[in-house]
Design a protein around this ligand. Structure first.
Ligand code: HEC
Length: 302
């Protein structure tokens, strides 16, 4: 009888350890755990190995809507991409080796979705409860990553359970996306498509002022803009930047660009490595399409 309070305490702390320890150690994690809707982010996947057998492979499925476009090179590791039927990277397989009690971190560059999924992602492994569904609180979006960790002894661990799952279930890493601050949200806010055409015409005068020192004097700027709009469609710039330059998950809005005529021309001559990695074409300085494209992009600016 005397020992009962002690037993209770001991029992309670044992329970606490059981509840908290598995969450804190030995799990594949993604950092940072919080980011901004629509933002570019570098995510780091941390893969620990606390088994007695080496890890030989990690398979990941990225959260729906997240656009992972670049992977950190790790000596000794090979990365294969999983793509959907549209060619978008939806997951990856890292093949290499992590010895027992070591961990490895892999970086990934990604563009966060601008908004939460229209429908909840399917296929949470155990089919359990609402806890696995992304909570959409006050504009926040939860992104869940799924991982499978394979060991040399033939065993594997599946991080496919809801983030609050208890052992022996392993939680999916969770990243919370918060809305951008007001000013950046306003800048990224896509114009209504119908307004963009009107803006293209209305802004044609501005475009004249900005490009006249480059444009051949004979060509009226409204024509340049019209031609640029056609070239924009022909080059499929719209695939990434949206039909009216309003931006997509693949590329920023051009209607919000801060670049002037010359900077736009330079960017088109030599797109940033980010843009090139994603597949943005370059328009050489001597291309007849350069000035029309520049004029069109300028016409999109408000
Ligand atoms: C495959 C996707 C893709 C295509 C196609 C594409 N772009 Fe881009 N573009 C990007 C990405 C990604 C960026 C942002 C790069 C960065 O932030 O470094 C970008 C940036 C730009 C910028 C700079 C915007 C700024 O404010 O910094 C301009 C201008 C631009 N693109 C114009 C075009 C034009 C014109 C075309 C068609 C000839 C085109 N892009 C086609 C992906 C694409």
């Amino acid at each position: 009888m005397r020992t009962r309070p002690f037993c209770l305490t001991a029992l309670l702390s044992a329970v606490l350890v059981l509840l908290t320890a598995p969450v804190a150690f030995g799990h594949i994690k993604i950092y940072p755990t919080e980011s901004t809707l629509g933002a570019r982010e570098k995510y780091t996947m941390r893969v620990p190995n606390e088994k007695k057998s080496p890890t030989i492979r990690v398979e990941g499925e990225f959260p729906p809507g997240l656009d992972v476009y670049d992977f950190e090179f790790k000596p000794g590791w090979k990365i294969d991409f999983k793509k959907d039927d549209k060619g978008k990277i939806v997951g990856a397989v890292w093949t290499g080796r992590i010895e027992p009690y070591e961990f490895v971190e892999f970086g990934m560059l990604a563009i966060n979705p601008k908004e939460g999924p229209k429908e909840a992602p399917k296929g949470t492994a155990d089919g359990s409860s609402d806890a696995s569904q992304p909570a959409v609180n006050s504009g926040q979006v939860s992104m869940l990553w799924k991982f499978h960790q394979y060991y040399e002894d033939g065993t594997k661990e599946e991080f496919t359970a809801p983030p609050d799952a208890k052992m022996p279930l392993l939680p999916m890493p969770l990243v919370i996306l918060k809305p951008a601050t007001k000013s950046s949200a306003a800048a990224a806010d896509p114009a209504k498509p119908s307004a963009a055409n009107a803006a293209a015409n209305a802004a044609a005068n501005t475009a004249t002022a900005n490009t006249s020192h480059n444009a051949s004097p004979g060509i009226a700027s409204a024509d340049l803009v019209t031609k640029g709009k056609a070239r924009f469609a022909a080059y499929q710039c719209s695939d990434c930047h949206g039909d009216n330059g309003e931006g997509t998950v693949d590329a920023p809005a051009l209607i919000a660009t801060k670049l002037g005529a010359e900077q736009i021309a330079k960017f088109l001559n030599k797109p940033s490595s980010d843009a090139r990695v994603k597949g943005m074409p370059d328009i050489p300085p001597d291309s007849a399409d350069l000035q029309p494209l520049v004029a069109y992009i300028l016409s999109l600016k408000k």
